[in-house]
Design a protein around this ligand. Structure first.
Ligand SMILES: Nc1ncnc2c1ncn2[C@@H]1O[C@H](COP(=O)(O)OP(=O)(O)OP(=O)(O)O)[C@@H](O)[C@H]1O
Length: 394
């Protein structure tokens, strides 16, 4: 800033003050501009986030599963799984080139074919849980000595000593049905036998077949047996078999018909099972009373093994197993706890042990005391922690 040399000191001071005020004003304007630029940047960032989210949703929005039934000059006939609705739809040339009748496809809301599914993405992979070597051994199971013996005889022996059965000239039991209240170790038994025989463990939940894979049940059952024969020796474990093999009801809704088809497929797989090789089938239910007796005929699930809630010795053994790695105080008396836990399942005892550990942690202790077990039992008694319910048996 140039100042006139003739100015008086007062005038200079005045001029400097004016200049200073100008600078302050400019500074304020620039600050305002900066702030509004920042606000704008924030708005834009929000907008970008929002668009990215929308983009993600668009990319991941649900598609329905269907089968391409027929390729015609006018388009492709697809049949949606579940409701079996058939529609004629158009397909983009790139998809059309590689599409064949019978392919499983994903279709959107307007039925247009979005992609051809390869075998890995189909329901088979989702519906079945495959475990090459489950990590449960017989020693991990408490209080089921008799059941372990029976399972070994009916499932393990025929796998390990197949020749002996042939020599003697008898057929081993086809399928074994484990029945008993929830959380008593049925899944553990099936896993342990797979582990012991180095068999692949393939689990399918009956309830999921019916709820999640509507329209696909029968095909999935076929796939289940196919997969087992690819991966033999294998143990097929069908949990909650009552969901697909319940007694026939009077109602003739399409849901029932679908469940019936799934069960018929299961029966026919089991009936044609003799020469399938090293595959054994174990099913489990906690609704034995509901089962359709057709599945219990000879050649099907003809070996029934009841897996009840543990008795006092079983409960003590289960508590031993589940507290093995816990830091227990001297005063802990598992035998006493076993006496006080009549009616509890293995799963409930396991969660009682964990709960006792949680009480110790809440108290900032590293040692679990008897009172923690008492508190845990009280909590389980009150809340039904494991969600199990009393079940009536036939
Ligand atoms: N007999 C047992 N010995 C040791 N632990 C057990 C026993 N029974 C149950 N458990 C514990 O409970 C958990 C659940 O058991 P599991 O899944 O085998 O029960 P389940 O009978 O198959 O139950 P569901 O009928 O509800 O499927 C196991 O992972 C284990 O921690």
């Amino acid at each position: 800033m140039d100042l006139d040399p003739d100015m008086t000191p007062e005038e200079r001071l005045e001029a400097l003050r004016d200049h200073f005020e100008d600078i302050v004003r400019v500074n304020e304007q620039l600050t305002d501009q900066l702030n509004s630029a920042r606000d704008r940047r924030e708005d834009l960032t929000d907008e970008v986030d929002q668009l990215e989210r929308e983009n993600e949703t668009l990319k991941t929005s649900s598609l329905y599963i269907a089968t391409a039934e027929e390729l015609t000059d006018d388009g492709v006939v697809v049949k949606q799984h579940g409701n079996n609705q058939e529609v004629l739809t158009e397909v983009s040339p790139s998809i059309r080139d590689s599409l064949e009748a019978g392919d499983r496809v994903a279709i959107n809301d307007s039925f247009s074919v979005k992609e051809i599914l390869d075998p890995e993405t189909d329901a088979r992979a989702q519906a079945m849980q495959v475990d090459g070597s489950p990590d449960v051994s017989y020693d991990d199971i408490g209080g089921l000595e008799a059941q372990i013996r029976e399972v070994r005889e009916a499932v393990e022996e025929p796998l390990v000593n197949a020749q002996q059965f042939r020599d003697v000239g008898i057929e081993p039991p086809s399928g074994v049905l484990l029945h008993g209240p929830p959380g008593t170790g049925k899944t553990m038994l099936a896993k342990a036998v797979a582990n012991e025989t180095d068999a692949t463990f393939i689990k399918m939940a009956g309830s999921e077949l019916v709820r999640k894979f509507i329209g696909e049940g029968a095909r999935l059952v076929r796939d289940l047996f196919e997969l087992a024969s690819e991966r033999q020796p294998a143990i097929i474990f069908i949990d909650e078999i009552d969901a697909i093999a319940a007694k026939r009801t009077e109602s003739k809704t399409s849901g029932d018909a679908e469940v019936q088809r799934t069960m018929m497929q299961l029966l026919s797989e089991m009936d044609g099972f003799d020469d399938r090789g090293e595959i054994r089938i174990i099913a489990a239910t906690n609704r034995f009373d509901m089962l359709d007796r057709a599945i219990l005929r000879p050649g099907r699930f003809d070996r029934l093994i009841e897996v009840p809630n543990p008795d006092v010795a079983g409960r003590e053994r289960i508590l031993d197993i589940h507290t093995e790695d816990m830091n227990l105080s001297e005063d802990v008396d598992l035998r006493a706890m076993a006496r006080q836990t009549d009616g509890l399942s293995g799963a409930e005892l396991a969660s009682m042990a964990t709960e006792a550990g949680m009480f110790a942690i809440r108290d900032e202790r590293t040692t679990v005391e008897q009172r923690d077990f008492r508190d845990a039992l009280e909590k389980i008694d009150q809340g039904g922690e494991t969600g199990s319910q009393p079940v009536a048996f036939a």
